[in-house]
Design a protein around this ligand. Sequence first.
Ligand SMILES: Cc1ncc(C[n+]2csc(CCOP(=O)(O)OP(=O)(O)O)c2C)c(N)n1
Ligand SMILES: [Mg+2]
Length: 294
Amino acid sequence: MASQERINLLAPGHRACPGCGAAVALRQILRPLGRNTIAVSATGCVETFTSPYDQSSWEVPWMHSLFENSGAVASGVRAALDVQGEKDVNLVVISGDGGTFDIGMGALSGMLERKDNVTYICYDNEAYMNTGVQRSGSTPHAAATTTTPSGKKSYGKIEYKKDVPGIVWAHDAEYVATASIAYPQDLMRKVKKANEIYGPKYIQVHTPCCIGWGFDASKTIQVGKLAVETGLVPIYEMEKGQPVKVKKAAEKKPIEEYLKVQSRFKHLFKEQERDEVIKELQAICNANIEHFGI
Ligand SMILES: Cc1ncc(C[n+]2csc(CCOP(=O)(O)OP(=O)(O)O)c2C)c(N)n1
Ligand SMILES: [Mg+2]
């Protein structure tokens, strides 16, 4: 990436929490896109910490509408650019997991089905962080959130993380990939590649959240790496429905190493019978390692 202009299109002074993974992702996403870009955001942390009136941190034109409609808004922006004959403007959606996995799924599906020329990026912090850590369709099994609390009769979220890259692929999208802020070169390469392809593209970026997950703000990248090294969060591109260019973990870490550093999983280490839950999470990692060839 040495030839890239070393610009920062997310101005300093924004209001993200120290150690915010989404803020790191934003910088990494905007760098390969450059100034000739329009960004569209759903409601969520990124929207909130970058845009208090009149202190925008965006160095590119940026549009926010609602929590549920960033796919549709981007389709409209692309249609307007087409009418104006503006063929070379990069268009990116930056939406949270709630705005993508849950409430914005319909708008995303429409954008994909119409084959609109948009790079849709989901920054995945695995819950509704902006409104106080409520569970989303992305929250991993057994994680405690304010709506899936742990207690005597509960061990956190019962359901499992939704496979949104698979859902997007089922729409026959032009490009599907996952990435992590722990691997910035890989992430920037994928954004650049997606941007150069015509049609709908989807990248899901794993962005640890120190407040919602409960770890020290200095550990964001370390936690992101552990997610990949345990096999819980596979990093790959999709080709013909198959994962390719999978990020390999030289040394596979046991899932406990990832769980132990986050307070959203601390209840799993308090009671004996929760060992079964940890075993189940390890089984998910093992299945990923096998399926993706991690
Ligand atoms: C229709 C609607 N319902 C609920 C809300 C309240 N709300 C704003 S942001 C948000 C959660 C966003 O979660 P996510 O997309 O994961 O982004 P994050 O905050 O984690 O960055 C919710 C529930 C809203 N703005 N609009
Ligand atoms: Mg979120």
